[in-house]
Design a protein around this ligand. Structure first.
Ligand code: ADP
Length: 470
């Protein structure tokens, strides 16, 4: 039942490919360009490039649907195998037929489903493969992806070499760090990053609504949804990097509309503020998560998470004691180190910052990063920690509309960090008006840039100057 000779003819028209990608996805210019380059090389050489495309980014940003578009563009069949949680080599390579209940591996099963020898084959969540005593699936994957070897792929169940060399493999991952080194070597990484609110609005208007209306057999005039209401859903009902939740909410609106049309015999439903609350319930998220007012010893940091960016308040308290140093909130080692660096920098520069000579000896310091259930790590909270400790000991409040990020050194220098696009988007979304960062990069989207004051700081003094309430 597996295909041995059936093959589809590739569509070699690169303009058609471009058109398909553009029709099915809003924005993502850089990503589309990289994909087109890849396809162009493929068409020109007539064979698969030796590297495998790997789309990396948070959930719901369109990685899977991009891969599907590539299949459409080439006129190939599309199959998908999810590698999340695969930890047994025989899931890739199959079981020997001597075992009861033996099955071919997932590669062969997917090929059977594809029915052709040259489908676009999506390897989903390649970063979530695990390994255990039953062998390492990553090394089996290496064989699958290696163009030198995969024309003779051997599945334990089939016991015949099978030719995978015509397959166009595409991988997706959430986190590059999860991909084993040798495997990563084979991949050509394309990053797909989070969307801004404006981008989400356009995606809803140009794609998601159409898709959901069609799925519910609704005509556009039967559900009337204004930009303001869509924005309200984006800002108050979802907090995500991609658009998956958003799509679910649009689907929910469609369902409720269909019900209203059938039950109440109305012609159409206009979604206004009241209808929105009636259909979706109260908004789960506040307009802003930012601090309500300037406070002493509380500073807003910016964090990079699996779901995009987020702002993260850091709290510092001090009280009579013996110079103890307490840290809570599930911090990783790197972040704890940043806290010691922050504290020691201030200790070493007591006079400069007008701190009490004996302050640190007779006082205990407690640093807390709320939302203790989430593990946090990374060096980028250095400046935030320093500012919080400074503010606590000098009793000067910190501005509530400022967020910051950057690594700190023992000399007080601020070093660059990653994830600025996500961090700036989330700060903007949360109502922050000024961000303090080590180095400007072009990644910060125009719409966010126009709305935020960006301060570049290479030393902690600049940070304090902008963050402390005058
Ligand atoms: P991922 O694989 O990255 O987790 P999906 O590909 O499943 O995400 O995307 C989730 C949904 O969002 C899909 O319905 C997809 O069509 C839609 N989507 C995501 N990004 C875009 C975009 N730029 N334009 C149009 N639709 C998009």
């Amino acid at each position: 039942a597996i295909p041995w000779n059936v093959q589809t003819e590739d569509n070699k028209d690169i303009l058609f490919a471009e058109q398909t990608l553009n029709d099915q996805h809003f924005g993502l210019e850089k990503v589309k360009e990289r994909i087109l380059e890849y396809l162009a090389v493929k068409t020109m050489t007539g064979k698969n490039p030796s590297t495998i495309l790997c789309l990396v980014g948070p959930p719901g940003v369109g990685k899977t649907s991009l891969a599907r578009s590539i299949a459409d563009a080439l006129g190939r069949k599309f199959v998908k195998v999810s590698l999340g949680g695969v930890k047994d080599e025989s899931e890739i390579r199959g079981h020997r037929r001597t075992y009861l209940g033996a099955l071919p591996g997932r590669m062969i099963q997917a090929m059977k489903k594809a029915g052709t020898t040259n489908p676009v084959f999506l390897l989903d969540e390649i970063d979530k493969m695990a390994s255990d005593h039953k062998g390492d699936p990553a090394s089996a994957m290496l064989e699958v992806l290696d163009p030198e070897q995969n024309s003779q792929f051997s599945d334990n169940y089939i016991e015949e070499p099978y030719d995978l060399s015509k397959v166009l493999f595409i991988a997706t991952a959430n986190d590059l760090g999860g991909i084993p080194g040798p495997l990563r070597d084979r991949l050509e990484i394309i990053e797909v990053s989070s969307y801004t609110e404006q981008e989400k609005l356009m995606i809803v208007k140009e794609h998601l609504i159409k898709k959901q209306l069609e799925a519910h057999s609704l005509k556009p005039e039967q559900m009337i949804l204004s930009d303001d209401i869509i924005m309200e859903i984006i800002q108050h009902y979802t907090r995500e990097a991609g658009v998956r939740e958003l799509e679910r909410y649009i689907a929910k609106l469609c369902r409720k509309t269909v019900l209203a049309i059938l039950k109440e015999k109305v012609e159409s439903v206009t979604i206004d503020q009241d209808k929105l609350v009636e259909f979706l319930g109260k908004a789960p998220f506040d307009h802003t998560k930012k601090l309500p007012r300037p406070q002493v010893g509380v500073v807003t940091g910016m964090a990079y998470t699996q779901f995009g960016g987020d702002i993260l308040p850091i709290e510092v308290n001090h009280f009579d004691g013996t110079g103890k140093f307490i840290i809570t909130g599930q911090l990783g080692d790197v972040m704890k180190e940043s806290a010691s660096i922050a504290l020691d920098y201030l200790k070493a520069n007591k006079e400069k910052y007008g701190l009490d000579d004996k302050a640190f000896e007779k006082q205990d310091i407690h640093i807390h990063v709320p939302e203790g259930a989430i593990k946090k790590d990374g060096p980028s909270a250095g400046v935030t920690l320093t500012t919080a400790i400074y503010s606590a000991f000098t009793n000067k409040p910190v501005r509530d509309d400022v967020a910051m990020t950057g690594e700190i050194t023992l000399r007080g220098n601020v070093l660059p960090i990653g994830g600025l696009k996500e961090k700036s988007i989330s700060a903007h979304r949360s109502g922050i008006r000024k961000i303090i960062i080590p180095k400007d990069i072009e990644d910060i989207p125009e719409s966010v840039r126009n709305d935020l004051e960006i301060v570049l700081a290479d030393h902690i003094d600049t940070v304090l100057e902008h963050a402390i309430v005058k």
